[in-house]
Design a protein around this ligand. Sequence first.
Ligand SMILES: Cc1cc2nc3c(=O)[nH]c(=O)nc-3n(C[C@H](O)[C@H](O)[C@H](O)COP(=O)(O)OP(=O)(O)OC[C@H]3O[C@@H](n4cnc5c(N)ncnc54)[C@H](O)[C@@H]3O)c2cc1C
Length: 389
Amino acid sequence: MLDLLIIGGGPVGATLALALRDSGLTCRVLDARARGGLGAGDRTLALSHNARLIFERIGIWGQLASVTPIRTIDISQKGGFGITQLTAADAGVPALGYVVRYGELQTVLDAALAAADIPVDFDRKADAVATQPDPADRADCVRVTARSASADAAEEHATRLVVVADGSGEALPGIHRRKIDYHQHALTGLVTASAPRPGVAFERFTSDGPVALLPFESGYALVWTVAPERATDLLAMAGADFLAALQEHFGDRVGAFTAIAQRSAFPLSLQFAPEVTGWRSVVLGNAAQALHPIAGQGFNLGLRDVWSLAQALLDATPDDIGSSRQLAAYSRTRRVDRWAGVGLTHGLVHAFAGEQPLLAAARGLGLTILDSIPLLKRAFARTMLSGLR
Ligand SMILES: Cc1cc2nc3c(=O)[nH]c(=O)nc-3n(C[C@H](O)[C@H](O)[C@H](O)COP(=O)(O)OP(=O)(O)OC[C@H]3O[C@@H](n4cnc5c(N)ncnc54)[C@H](O)[C@@H]3O)c2cc1C
């Protein structure tokens, strides 16, 4: 019997397996994607300083080639007053964050799992996880069935604890998830500009939703929130027309936009599991909470789930792995940070939407206050980097 079966070897599941590599626990990872493939569409991720520390501890940080630091975040609203800048000095860290490519991160994590001899079964979709103990089963364990897309036969695994990091939570039917559809898409791409400001990320709030430019290599990673129909139009537009539309929307804070590549669109919703544990099971990462990318919090929050669970498993006696006592303690540890992450992103989506003059004035005032009180700025920057505990 395994101590731990991880369903989903995406960035969250793979990081957990690597964090437990020297623990002596027996662990196996199942992933529905093909070896070398990607589970979710490629995108750039803004990682917090905390995320960097976790990747340093599991020994993969130095292997990421495309890391671009964010030293300043410039926050403004289109058509209204109020602007603020958060700097690395405000937060007392060398950089506020780092932009990496999801695809490169996954490749590096896959290589680290192979180098550590952690068994990973690719092309294995978990499709039946027991959610109740079977009275006829003498072994106190969860049974999980997995199938390959290329073979009819199913495999069964027995484990003390099943960790669901499948990005959606669908592999564990017993966990209830609330869903709020934002009726918006995130249009992403890589854009270059005539007057880039190295190390500066821009978060600009507009009545259609936020638009972010994250410094990435010599240009920017774009995350532009738009209505679904507008996303379809923008994806189909000729490059020059797209750049003109972006210029009109974003303004000229980085000069003229000169090229766009790798356009994609992702539907946006908030999905949140109020309870993240069940019988000998836990959901984490996007399976526990999928957030609007407005403040680049989703994966960073998922990594904090990983770190807390890894600490709980490292501190446990063998009999305690997957016990209701252990899972209840883990769930309590994560409660405040998870709710704060959801509240922050959902609150920002609403606070910065809409064109009413009073609301625009309140937003401007908020940004001006944040800009003029260094202690408040520092607290805000620290919350964005490390979450709430
Ligand atoms: C446009 C956009 C921009 C974003 N920007 C940021 C950002 O700047 N900063 C940030 O922190 N976050 C950001 N996020 C969120 C971030 O992408 C996610 O939080 C992160 O990818 C979650 O990782 P995960 O491992 O939980 O899930 P995934 O990345 O979805 O990985 C899940 C894995 O599980 C596998 N799987 C699925 N089902 C099964 C099954 N039944 N059996 C076995 N395996 C299975 C899949 O193949 C995949 O490998 C952004 C998201 C979007 C959409």
